[in-house]
Design a protein around this ligand. Sequence first.
Ligand code: AMP
Ligand code: MG
Length: 324
Amino acid sequence: MSDPSATPRILTASPDAVAEAGRLLRAGKLVALPTETVYGLAGDATDERAVAAIFAAKGRPQFNPLIVHYADAAEARHDAVFNETADALARRFWPGPLTLVLPRAPNCRISLLASAGLDTVAVRVPAHDVARAVIEAAGHPLAAPSANLSGAVSPTSAPHVAESLGNKVSLILDGGPCRVGVESTVVGLSGKTPAILRPGGLAREEIETAIGPVIEDDGSEDAPRSPGRLVRHYATRLPLRLGAVEPRREEALLAFGPSVPSGARDMLNLSAAGDVVEAAANLFAMLRVLDRPGECAGIAVMTVPEQGLGRAINDRLRRAAERG
Ligand code: AMP
Ligand code: MG
């Protein structure tokens, strides 16, 4: 909930303010910044806690994957695997309102939570001097969804951000109104056919002049089913048993909170302190560690409270537990 008594800190995007934003981001804080599309709620994309804090600030009931912003294409190549099509699009349209969803590189530095546990990462180089200067000052790529509460319209000016998220960010950098004003076009390139996963600031026709036909695939029920469908949910190989009180024999335990039953073959605690933001930061990495079919028969998961990020954690756990 926003606190009307808290005055949001808005600074004109001077070099000093950009340096201050870089310091805050290096310390794991969140900063709202202008891009050419909309204002972004930015955090260090390599820091699971900072990414969890983004979801908490937006009040998103689900962990959707976030777009990771880079100062230049060369940096993005550390974290994502570019094929020829991706190269062609990056050369032609970056910096600009185009996001590419690509396989995570073997040494990908990006938080698993920013990828919502998937094997892909969404990358973009924004065409905005302030955004790129802040990324450079932070020294890390930045995860930055639109700087508004979940369900509200995307902000295209600093006062919009202050209205929606004012007391939830350490700093709002004011770079004036956004030139494009709608989100980036998201193109999925990890399947066989390039697919538009979200229409946005770069027209489909423009994309097609560079790489030929693309399919439209927003992940909705009536969208064409294709190998290019990318908005999948992370699924474990081992069955998950939710709401577990004690592990059964042969089960690994994903615990939550200070009192942990003994007897599990393998145990990790999402948050011994019972903190849902810490639990969100650990969720996907811990699931991956415990998900070893050779060693256990299943994963028992203790109850996570349906509060704050607990809702998004439980949503993901339920989806991962549904077996097709
Ligand atoms: P936002 O960060 O709020 O601007 O939204 C990010 C958009 O990119 C959403 O539509 C996501 O579904 C999409 N997206 C980001 N990463 C991925 C990914 N790894 N796979 C599929 N879609 C993605
Ligand atoms: Mg948004």
